[in-house]
Design a protein around this ligand. Sequence first.
Ligand code: F6P
Length: 326
Amino acid sequence: MESKVRRIGVLTSGGDAPGMNAAIRAVARTCDFYGIECLGIYRGYNGLIRGDMKPLTAQDVSGITSYGGTMLYTARSPEFTTEEGLKRAADNCRFRGIDGLIAIGGDGTFRGLLDLSGYGVSVVGIPGTIDNDIACTGYTIGYDTACNTAIESIDKLRDTMRSHERCSIVEVMGHKTGHLALYVGVAVGATAILVPEKELDYERDVINPIREGRNRNRTNFTIIVAEGAASANDVAKVVSEETGIDTRVTILGHVQRGGSPLARDRVVASMMGYSAVKVLAEGGTNRIICYDGNVYTDIDIVEGLKMKKGLDESLYNILEAVTSGA
Ligand code: F6P
């Protein structure tokens, strides 16, 4: 295949996610396969502004798939959102001969790509965030690993909560969205799951499920709180005041973003990295790579950013039934 681009830059931006390295590897290797030069850009858009980049060969990415984080480092770049920063980044693309850019990250990362495309650079976004909150794709790189990291920790918490007959309040990541909280909560069989998408009613959502459990002789409870839904400490206070149960708060925090990526993240990331290079090589631009759990496609960035992702209501709706047993 005769490629329409000669030099592709790749960067990771925003919060890191397990599997990003597998995507970087796939980009570098696919470039090599099609005779396209690949440049690794360091520290997200800041690297593009400062010219912090170097060639990324097929050998440079050897053995990185099993590592969490991102070998290119990442950053959130307020500078890139300014006219001056954007212009410097575009100048650097021109200066370094980058005619295609692949950015791995979330919505903010894709908005940055869109801005840059106005300067004549062909751009493709790869969804990478543990939040799984990008509307145009069913899956984002890192989600499965992050969910499993949280589940492993909560299973451990459950052992000690059971022994002490306590209520565990666990805060998981998710500032604006509760996809991770809901998925993890169902997986661990939580008593209650609090997400930012649903207005919180303590009596209905937390106290009642605990009382019902107690009526069935349950003595330990697990409440999953997405960080944007409520303060875990506030929830603990209400639970102990209203029920008298001894509570303990655990904030899982950034541990959820680390660790060796699981198979799903490595494989999806590899497919997405490959697909992104192909889109650029075939002359495509302004696209986001999407995966619905079955097929890989790509969508226009503007269209993709317009879409809104709601909570998985079918999963949320089973909660009342599946949390009602002792
Ligand atoms: O990567 C997304 C996310 O994990 C959110 O769930 C969380 O609110 C945010 O990043 C925190 O990121 P940081 O501490 O890196 O700014």
